[in-house]
Design a protein around this ligand. Sequence first.
Ligand code: PLP
Length: 416
Amino acid sequence: MDAAEFRKRGKEMVDYIADYLEKIDKRQVFPDVEPGYLRPLIPDCAPQDPESFEDVFKDIEKIIMPGVTHWHSPYFFAYFPAASSFPALLADMLCGGIGCVGFSWAASPACTELETVMLDWLGKMINLPEAFLAGKDGQGGGVIQGSASEATLISLLAARTKTIRWLQSEKPELTEADIMSRLVAYASDQAHSSVERAALIGAVKIKKVPSGDTFSVCGSALKKVLDEDKASGLIPFFFCATLGTTPCCSFDKLLELGPICNKENIWMHIDAAYAGSAFICPEFRHLLNGVEFADSFNFNPHKWLLVNFDCSHWQIPLGRRFRSLKLWFVLRMYGVTGLQEHVRKGSNELNKALLKSINEAKKIHLVPCHLREKFVLRFAICSRTVESTHIKFAWQHISQLATDLLKTWEQNHHQQ
Ligand code: PLP
């Protein structure tokens, strides 16, 4: 493919993607295929001779799309949101075009420097303490990597090295193997499985700290296991706090846990994979209070901040893609206010508009109420004859109207 054909095909691909996203609600959100569906549809080995772009392109609809779970469908309610936006897609295209491998400053100065600055922007957006920022002196700072799992692993390995070095400087007779066999990492019983995997890879023990009634770990629960383990000769060295647990979005109590970790010389890592994006809204930032006690912090803008996969912090590989372009495009083209609106989604105005459309359609009838400053749609079960079918119908109707409303709102928003 030469540059002339690339121009033509690139435009076709952009049209294809725009059509795909614009009409995604018409596709079945989860595919019908069975495991192993794909292998019989393509040759056993790579073609000897080149094929045309048309040949490849037509197989997208024929072979790939029938096996795609449409994460960006408005009917997709599984796992977590996979962020995406047109600015991020364009930036990813540019990243592919530049195609640099940013393993050092000289390998691509813009790649290194934009990443540093973007992570400072993000850090400031969620009001991280100064120590987490690179600033002009380059004291703190973050990097982008693929996933929250990698970030947890890196933090655990860093904590392990730090503890081993420190213990060996205190007691030179201790071998690395002695120390390793006694190291213990901790996380909530609600923490993501990636924390357990990090401990497995890091060859250290891991213990689950019981969460309380609200599925959060509190200081006393951690203190209890630490005391027991220290009494039996183990060395606690790492605690992974979760802000926004996978099953129910609970928050570990950083303000209680942080001082304990600091006192006990335990590295506290914060995994805020999904919920971290919410901290850009001042009304949610209090959930991050206590971050000042942490040694490392990670969240995934690719889950909620309109930056498509992959975009998380702290890294293993030497080579890096120019991923900060995605952040740069998205942060500039949405602005902090636009992203805050995205996280908040249901503003009072939207809720009022939804109620108006529900009551104008006259299929069901609702009245609102105010809970302090929040405009709330109140759904009361009123009639003696109401059945679950009526409620299901109402729910589908409300959901449909809300989807339509959000679509119009997003279209208007993107045009601005
Ligand atoms: N941590 C939490 C709290 C999560 O909810 C998830 C994924 O859902 C992860 C970690 C793993 O994320 P990643 O795929 O970025 O490794």
